[in-house]
Design a protein around this ligand. Structure first.
Ligand code: C2O
Ligand code: CU
Ligand code: CU
Length: 503
């Protein structure tokens, strides 16, 4: 913290000199935050269009394709995107509606599309069991049944996820619900998505680096926000909600304002906090999201920055976004609510997972034909995740959870909301209170894994099925033997509210 402050002073003092002599690399204080002379207007992903059937089902179309993008001004980069050359449109869903996606693969490689954080039947989940061959279209359908939050979608084909996400396949998926608290909510105006992704460019503008090399794969030396290099954003309201997604392969961000102003964390990955919590810095490991509300004064310029930390994958300081406030700002109310969501763990079954090296959980690498865990529908369980020697995180498909404790200590208030991905630092044990869903299917698994894509692709992943309570013992642990035809009907839905016998 001291380091950064001193550097700010230096940079201010050095400005006239820089203007006269061109960019000079600053001093013996280490590298200055990356900045270029030209700032670019922040790109905001467009909202996805949809059509509504006579039966009320809303349909979206996503096409995975190749393209060329001007990621660095003046340079063209081969990229991948949904419905465009890079990244994807923001899909907005309303709680309670039924939606159908038509995902077409126009790439020359197999892919899948996973709806990260969404509660849906496993066959609709878009994991490695739902490949989309080149030229094919996949049409999952589900009824949106979860609290409002910021989710995302990305490929999940074993061994290709890191490369496909790195080249640009990722988009946001927002769930809205009618009766939430009042928060800034005009998309692109005072509700701004920020997809953070680090990249490394070769001199010819192509994306450099091998996402499956080394302990962590790719660590870029530039951070793009929504695919924008060195962005600025003009704001017109007193308060702005930012929805941050760490869409990077491995990099961890520690995000704060350069002037260390406080801001409110209003939501974690999977929903609102019990009450907004004021902090001056938040950290995000890959796939984590956070929603914050920040306040600006008329005419000011503020800088959102990521500062380096102490792990292997969070080194370096990066200016993420310059925020330029208009001279008159529309008033907006401060975030303010209180609710209590009790976390029940009484009698919960405990399962233990140990992350080792860069490719195993409980000593085993991912095997698509092996069911690692069988969970009764609707169960509340404690998942205890212990980490060995490298930096990892842990994500569970189709659920949300609360962090119970980190090495025995409760999490800070701004991390106590609903989550689906959690940082598990080196040699630390994290306990999660997990609430499982009601979509049962003994032959279609969900995944849990480290979301550092190099690790995920290398096999630091396992599979679980959710089954009718009482049938756990009858479930085959070997998927190859149990798999029906690919177009078999998706599993029955266990009716909500059916008590699970173990509780
Ligand atoms: Cu972002 Cu297995 O998921
Ligand atoms: Cu996921
Ligand atoms: Cu990992």
């Amino acid at each position: 913290m001291e380091r950064v402050r001193r550097r700010n002073v230096l940079m201010l003092a050095a400005l006239p000199v820089l203007a006269a002599s061109g960019p000079a690399s600053a001093s013996d204080q280490g590298p200055a935050p990356r900045r270029s002379t030209v700032r670019n207007r922040l790109r905001v992903p467009p909202l996805a269009g949809s059509t509504t059937d006579a039966d009320g089902v809303r349909r979206f179309e996503l096409t995975m394709r190749r393209g060329r993008s001007e990621l660095l001004p003046g340079t063209w980069t081969e990229t991948l995107g949904f419905n465009g050359p890079h990244l994807g449109p923001t899909i907005r869903l309303r709680r309670g509606e039924t939606v159908q996606m038509a995902v077409t693969n126009q790439l020359d490689e197999v892919s899948t599309v996973h709806w990260h954080g969404i509660r849906l039947p496993a066959r609709m989940d878009g994991g490695p069991h739902q490949p989309i061959e080149p030229g094919a279209t996949w049409t999952p359908r589900w009824t949106v049944d979860q609290p409002a939050a910021t989710f995302w979608y990305h490929p999940h084909w074993q061994g290709s996820t890191a490369s496909q996400v790195y080249r640009g396949l990722a988009g946001l998926l927002l769930v809205d619900e009618p009766d939430g608290p009042e928060l800034p909510g005009t998309y692109g105006v005072d509700d701004i998505p920020l997809i953070l992704q680090d990249k490394r460019f070769a001199p010819d503008g192509s994306l450099a680096g091998d996402p499956l090399r080394g302990t962590y794969g790719i660590l870029g030396d530039r951070v793009l926000v929504n695919g924008t290099h060195d962005p600025y954003l003009e704001v017109t309201t007193e308060r702005v909600r930012f929805r941050l997604l760490n869409g990077s392969n491995a990099r961890v961000y520690h995000v704060r304002f350069a002037d260390r102003r406080g801001f409110h964390v209003v939501a974690n990955d999977a929903g609102l906090l019990d009450t907004p919590v004021e902090v001056d810095e938040i950290s995000l490991t890959p796939a984590e999201r956070v929603e914050i509300v920040a306040r600006f004064t008329p005419g000011e310029t503020a800088t959102l920055r990521s500062v380096g930390g102490a792990t292997d994958i969070d080194q370096g300081d990066f200016d993420l976004l310059q925020i330029v406030a208009g001279t008159r700002l529309a008033a907006s109310p401060p975030p303010d609510w209180t609710s209590r969501t009790p976390v029940t763990t009484l009698g919960a079954r405990v399962r233990r997972f140990r992350l080792d090296g860069h490719d195993t959980i409980n000593g085993r690498r991912m095997d698509l034909s092996r069911i690692d865990e069988v969970v009764p529908a609707g169960a509340r369980e404690i998942w205890e995740v212990e980490n060995g020697d490298h930096t990892h995180n842990f994500h569970i498909h189709g659920v949300s959870f609360r962090v119970l404790d980190v090495d025995g200590a409760p999490p800070p208030a701004h991390l106590a909301g609903p989550k689906d991905t959690v940082h598990v630092p080196k040699r630390v044990t994290v306990r999660l209170a997990v609430r499982f869903g009601h979509h049962t299917d003994p032959t279609a698994p969900y995944m849990y894994h480290c979301h550092i894509l190099r690790h995920e692709d290398s096999g630091m992943m396992g599979q679980f099925v959710v089954v009718e309570p009482g049938t756990e013992e009858q479930v085959s642990r070997c998927l190859a033997a149990a798999t029906g035809p690919a177009d078999a009907p998706s599993g029955r839905s266990h009716s909500d509210g059916t008590p699970s016998p173990s509780y």
